[in-house]
Ligand binder design. Structure first.
Ligand SMILES: [Zn+2]
Length: 407
């Protein structure tokens, strides 16, 4: 494992500036490429799983968080309100209240449910500066969030489906959970909404974990203020544990916001909210990916996927054409020109790039390129069209494999 704070700066993925402030890293172009690839992947996974995406503002009136309960249970983690035109506005500490209001803005029938609402949105946490470092403890967070509004009977299946998406994403990302945690209230917990509600939610989540066949440990004192949750824990290079992904069954916020749906007999019913995050925040996910992969990211995530290496100055035009064709095909490609050093030195400098295409005089004349893979394998020269389509297929598969040999 690597230390993402050191390596992230060396790889020029992110940085900080004292004038922006502690806990407020910015993403350099290479880091932004990874983050965008991650966000596009998640949006596509969610779209295929029947989620609808929304966009909501990062601010809300203080009153909104008084209703949700954040104001009384979570104020220490929130920024102080801003006075704007006689109203108090706060930076949001979570996306749930906005999504509850979006649900409430329309009438719903049981036929609309489950309604899966997703957003990659900003939220803010007033962390003390002493605990900030790199991308893991930040004050501005881009969260992969979703809320599934469903009937009580659908909640277990929806939570199980979310757990399935987490497993699928971890495979694509090449990461593994350290463990699954069933996060329960502490002994002196307040049980907002009543103890019976909590026990019902915890029972549902336990059933989901058992059904998924994953080993888990129940732990007291780790629940959210509005209910118990499943946390998927990851560990960093120093064996420090953190929650990356989460699935929660919540009977409380639907009550607070008076959410309803019409049943078959036109009677009004209360939906359940399943809160879930597949990869947690973009910040923590990328920090963990750096820790685990040391910069050798899965091909679909790599900031540069293909580097084109002309052997001499004579092949620079063909190298530029290949890189241009790769970019048009949706790949992230660059040329490492001869003035950057010997071929060996350029290959060494590109060692984290999954695909390295070498063009010598022979390849240039034949419209071909020889391929070196990051793992040291060499692929004999191929026509450039075939080379690009095979790399493209490999990247689109979101797998861990760099290359598929053909018979
Ligand atoms: Zn939520």
């Amino acid at each position: 494992m690597y230390d993402h704070r050191k390596l992230g700066r060396e790889l020029e993925l992110f940085d900080t500036d004292p004038l922006i402030g502690a806990g407020l890293p910015y993403w350099r172009p290479a880091g932004a490429e990874i983050r965008h690839a991650l966000e596009e992947y998640i949006r596509e996974v969610e779209r295929r799983a029947g989620y609808q995406h929304v966009c909501s503002p990062v601010l809300g009136k203080r009153e909104l968080y008084e209703i949700s309960g954040h104001w009384s249970h979570y104020r220490d983690g929130m920024y102080p309100p801003m006075d704007v035109g006689g109203e108090q506005v706060v930076l949001r500490p979570s996306l749930c209240p906005h999504h509850a209001l979006i649900y409430r803005s329309r009438a719903h029938s049981y036929r609309d449910l489950p309604l899966r609402m997703a957003e990659l949105g900003g939220m803010y946490r007033s962390e003390l500066s002493g605990v900030l470092g790199g991308l893991t403890r930040v004050r501005a967070i881009q969260l992969n969030d979703a809320h599934i509004f469903c009937t009580p009977d659908q909640a277990a299946d929806e939570a199980a489906g979310a757990l399935g998406l987490i497993g699928q994403a971890y495979q694509a990302l090449g990461i593994e959970p350290a463990r699954y945690r069933l996060s329960l209230p502490g002994r002196d917990a307040k049980y907002v909404g009543g103890r019976e509600m909590w026990e019902r939610a915890a029972g549902l989540l336990e059933q989901v974990l058992v059904r998924a066949g994953v080993p888990y440990r129940a732990e007291e004192g780790e629940a959210a203020f509005y209910g118990p949750k499943i946390d998927v824990q990851i560990a960093d290079s120093a064996e420090r544990e953190a929650s990356l992904s989460t699935v929660q069954v919540d009977f409380y916020l639907p009550e607070r916001f008076g959410l309803e749906y019409a049943g078959a007999g036109r009677a009004r019913h209360r939906p359940v909210m399943v809160h879930r995050s597949i990869i947690g925040s973009a910040e923590r996910a990328v920090a963990h990916l750096i820790d685990v992969h040391g910069g050798a990211f899965p091909a679909w995530l790599a900031p540069v996927q293909l580097v084109v290496l002309p052997v001499g100055d004579g092949q620079v035009p063909q190298a530029g054409a290949l890189a241009g064709q790769a970019v048009s095909a949706g790949l992230r490609a660059v040329v490492a020109r001869p003035e950057c050093g010997s071929l060996g030195a350029r290959i060494h400098a590109s060692r984290l790039v999954p695909y390295q295409a070498v063009i010598g005089a022979r390849e240039a004349a034949a419209g071909q390129a020889a391929l070196r893979l990051r793992d040291g394998r060499q692929v004999p020269a191929l026509p450039v069209d075939e080379l690009l389509s095979r790399i493209g297929a490999q990247v689109a598969a979101h797998g861990g494999e760099l290359w598929q040999e053909r018979e």
